[in-house]
Write a protein that binds this ligand. Structure first.
Ligand code: ZN
Length: 147
């Protein structure tokens, strides 16, 4: 099931980067891209790490939303000790936002999400009837299909 890395030295470097080569200059990326192309082991690791990144972003978003909701509920019902509960809810929201930002900056999660969105948009575009596709602004068509 889990294969060995075809080139452990390159594999180790990639592991150190959490299999993220999006920050590399394009001319340096080639070797690693070809390694991903030929190495099932590293490819599956890369997928797992990107899923973790996106999962963390999603979790931080949900958490921030819940704290914000809690703040709204406390505001609305105004229970005893409302002030301290509000502070706690805001602190929770701030912490969630900070984690969200940290993950977004330190990992390629935004790129992963953007790529997935683009892929989805391209699929929708390919299914559209020809006459509608022709009516799409040139700009959008180029972005989706690259032609
Ligand atoms: Zn490998």
């Amino acid at each position: 099931m889990s294969q060995q890395c075809v080139d452990p030295i390159v594999g180790k470097i990639l592991a150190g980067w959490r299999y993220d080569i999006s920050g590399l200059a394009p001319e340096m990326r080639g070797d690693y891209e070809s390694h991903f192309a030929s190495c099932e082991h590293c490819r599956s690791r890369q997928r797992i790490h990107r899923m973790i990144d996106v999962g963390l972003i999603a979790l931080a978003s949900v958490s921030a939303g819940v704290f914000l909701l809690a703040f709204g509920v406390i505001r609305h019902f105004g229970p005893r000790h409302a002030f301290w509960l509000e502070i706690a809810a805001l602190a929770g929201f701030a912490l969630s936002a900070l984690i969200w930002l940290g993950v977004a900056v330190a990992t390629p999660a935004p790129v992963t999400v953007l790529d997935a969105a683009k892929e989805g948009a391209r699929r929708v575009h390919d299914r559209l009837p020809e006459e509608i596709r022709q009516r799409l602004p040139e700009e959008i068509r180029i972005k989706l299909t690259g032609t």
